[in-house]
Design a protein around this ligand. Structure first.
Ligand code: ZN
Length: 208
């Protein structure tokens, strides 16, 4: 994976886009408090990180997940992954209605594993990403996905998803492996957004 251009130039900023001395645990993993979580924009290096599994289903995890919902609704998103708020954990949330009142559509996926049917139908659809403001790309993905994951209490569950929910799950799960939508499209389509990406790179500042 290439190191993004912007942040690597400043030695006081680590690969996760943190200024020296921020809240990083001894193992090098980020152990954020809920209030530390804020939206990260491309090319923040945390977005390129492969995230680690959650081991403790504790209050801190629950509060961080609640904070993620707050950030997602503020931005009118339908899905948000932990690295998008500066947290390198295998966690993402979804509410395809984007309506905070519609809590029945709220889903939390912790340590998710995705499986695809052997006979795959694929479909193209325009996707946006809260970490890539102003950019929309037609992304080709399998229509059906099966996901096993844990909820915030540590209960495992299995879900078969299709349409918008299936697509959103695949998009958010990509974030946990440091994959953003420009990596999911053809070189030609990527060329079409080159100047928009350059603009984001020029505007980017590390989170204080
Ligand atoms: Zn995204």
């Amino acid at each position: 994976m290439n190191r993004p251009e912007g942040p690597g130039k400043d030695p006081s900023i680590d690969l996760r886009g943190h200024k020296a001395g921020q809240n990083v645990s001894r193992e090098g993993y980020i152990r954020p408090q809920p209030d530390d979580l804020q939206l990260r924009i491309y090319p923040d290096p945390v977005l390129r990180q492969r995230c680690r599994p959650i081991e403790k289903f504790d209050d801190r995890l629950r509060h961080c997940v609640l904070k993620m919902f707050e950030v997602m609704y503020e931005q009118q998103g339908i899905g948000l992954a932990a690295p998008q708020v500066g947290w390198d954990a295998r966690v993402f949330i979804v509410n395809v209605s984007a309506d905070p009142e519609n809590t029945f559509e709220e889903r939390v996926f912790i340590n998710p594993v995705l499986k695809f049917p052997t006979q795959q139908d694929r479909d193209g659809f325009e996707e946006g990403c809260l970490s890539l403001p102003g950019i929309r790309l037609d992304v080709d993905r399998p229509v059906d996905v099966k996901v096993t994951a844990f909820d915030v209490t540590g209960e495992s569950f299995e879900l078969e998803a299709t349409d918008l929910l299936g697509r959103c799950i695949q998009h958010e799960n990509d974030h946990l492996d440091g994959i953003l939508i420009p990596s999911r499209v053809s070189t030609l389509r990527r060329l079409g957004i080159r100047s928009a990406l350059k603009e984001l790179e020029d505007e980017w500042k590390p989170v204080q």
